[in-house]
Design a binder for this molecule. Sequence first.
Ligand SMILES: O=C(O)Cc1cc(O)ccc1O
Ligand SMILES: [Fe+2]
Length: 471
Amino acid sequence: MTADDKEPLQYHRGFGNHIESAAYPHSLPQGRNNPRLVPRGLYAEQLSGTAFTAPRCENRRTWLYRMLPSVSSTSSGFISCQDKSTNLPSFFGHTDWNHDMKLDPNPMRWGATPPPKEGANFIQGVHTMLGSGDPTTKSGIAVYVYAFDQDMNCHDEKMHFYNSDGDFLIVPQQSGLAIQTELGKMEVSPGEVCVIPRGVVFTVNILRDDDKHVFARGYMLEIFRGHFSLPELGPIGSNGLANGRDFLHPIAHYDEVDDANESQSCIIVNKFGQSLFARTNPHSPYNVVAWHGNYLPYKYDLRKFCAINSVSYDHPDPSIYTVLTAKGGDEEGTALADFVIFPPRVMATDENTFRPPWFHRNVMTEYMGLIYGEYDAKKGTGGSDQKGGFVPGGSSLHSIMTPHGPDAASYYENVKKGCKEPTKFDGGLAFMFESSAMCKVSKFALNCEQRETSYAECWNGFKNTFPNMHV
Ligand SMILES: O=C(O)Cc1cc(O)ccc1O
Ligand SMILES: [Fe+2]
């Protein structure tokens, strides 16, 4: 698939709205959800994202009108991908969730995720970095990186995926993604993010331009309970940060049924309790002709984020840059996970404010990534293992109460330089997955070649000049 041989995709706008979409005239039942005779010979199927009894403001479900119900021809059954005949990793993210996760409070940093050594598609190219809790008890989160160079639908048998464990927030860093879902198609490029809710069948391909040798790289956050919402705005008022109208949902789209081609067979992969299962399906899962509801995938362009930050003095807490939040942390008002960005913005403070992030220790886990450019608190080029600092496609982890802050190079540069005027920061786009959960780190994250084992050296150069000023 190439980016420019077709019309741009259309989307529905809004956040949490009830939307209806039909890809064929008069295919959406009117006035009721499950008529005896569904228009156009379709089957009605409800996809529930919350318990039937969830409070109305949180209740999420979508009615799908499809050529065949999802349950049809499933009698072959799922087999575990630990059976090597599937050619798929036995555990999602190549990690046995119960045995490969280790507690380690050290600050950590990783260089850019390298391209896959052997060809890999999205499912094969995901690696678990950290996580907490357990999807079987609907608690906690997982953080992944991905690097893949093959499409999920490039083989004789196309591969499609659904996740029983939680919602995915996908953050592309290199190469756009062409994502097909049961609800329709989305194209998500670096600088944009998307959410695929639990249960929705989807396929991830690379949005290629002419270069056939590209690989896609990015990050992913999974929440094992609840869904993402927009943060409360409190005294900010009724506008700002991520505005609801900028969230884009796919429009209904179905794959043409090719009668000449007898085998429409494909593989459906299910992540269930952090393990993978696969079965063949005799037809494409993308046979939803119409739908209506509020349980939907969506994408958001981070460049639309309206940062609120013109302060008289002091560096504000990064919660002012929260794009999406998943409620349900350990305490009232504490998120299970927040997705926060450090967007291009005008930085206006008085001249006696230290503008980059301060030194701190946090009750939350902070995992950071860099989509492009640089991050103002980490301008240093890395330690003795020559891994190169905080680079695009790389990441860092500061766990609960692990001290961190600007590296020595960035600290002294900013103390010396000062800042007399408002300055436009346009040098990069970093983000943070912040969670109330204490996370374990995967064996992959601990041992991979891009781990910068000398990370903590970036804080080695601080001098005690008490009782005199630094500069
Ligand atoms: O550690 C970091 O760089 C993330 C961060 C940024 C900021 O502006 C304030 C606090 C914080 O944890
Ligand atoms: Fe921090």
